[in-house]
Write a protein that binds this ligand. Sequence first.
Ligand code: ZN
Length: 270
Amino acid sequence: MKKVLKNALLAVGFSAVLAATPLAMASDHGGGHGGGHGAASEPAAIVMSPSQAMAEIIEGNERFKETHESHYFDAYQNSQSPVLTIVTCSDSRVHTNLFGFVPDNNIFVIRNIGNQVVNSEGSVDYGVRHLPTKILMILGHSSCGAIKAAMGDYSGETTGIKKELDPLGPVIAHDDHQGEFKTRWAKNVEQNVDYQVNYAMKLYADKVAHGDLIVVGAVYDFNDIYGKGRGSLIITNVGGEKTPSDIMNNPIFKEIDPSLVVNHVSSRAQ
Ligand SMILES: [Zn+2]
């Protein structure tokens, strides 16, 4: 329990923070966040007040400073040298420390609803053209609310949200409406990743052609939709290649044990 509370800021949703309810464990899961897996064993969401959240922000940073001496920051006093530009969803359930290196000075992160290049194109340009990183990853995720919203009527949303959902139109236009909603939703999440990869490959065609950039598409699956366990990182697209067997043969995986690659490559859309 102690550990859970210490990490509460990571577990709590934004709306829950705004709810200003005292720190408490709800008696049931409540639902409403999508996914809908394993309701009976689902732990309750931790609710934090804004002042408790702020305390965790300040105290958490102090803990970070205590465990990272001043020289930790030496390497990036004057410039950054990330190895990866990533475009992922703002959804709080998607974490970027799922990679093997610490995010600091290693990952140039761009987040928006639905992990869309077009809605943050200047930021992506900066990562790819100015830093420049040789990998651009588009990371979608299971239970993406932006995709779900784009699949339905979002005309009642705010001007800002509508503006950011509209570019998902071409993705949703390919929805064949076959099967149950959850199946279509998962497929659309992956097809959005493919769409974004395709968009980026056209935008940076010069770099891609010269071998200076590889665009990788992936889905962070915290619902076990791909059957590889909750929290799996599923590679679904490498340089426009979407067929799992072909993805696995891409030289970008040459440093990885093939058996490990197999467990990280899949497709719900192909
Ligand atoms: Zn999302």
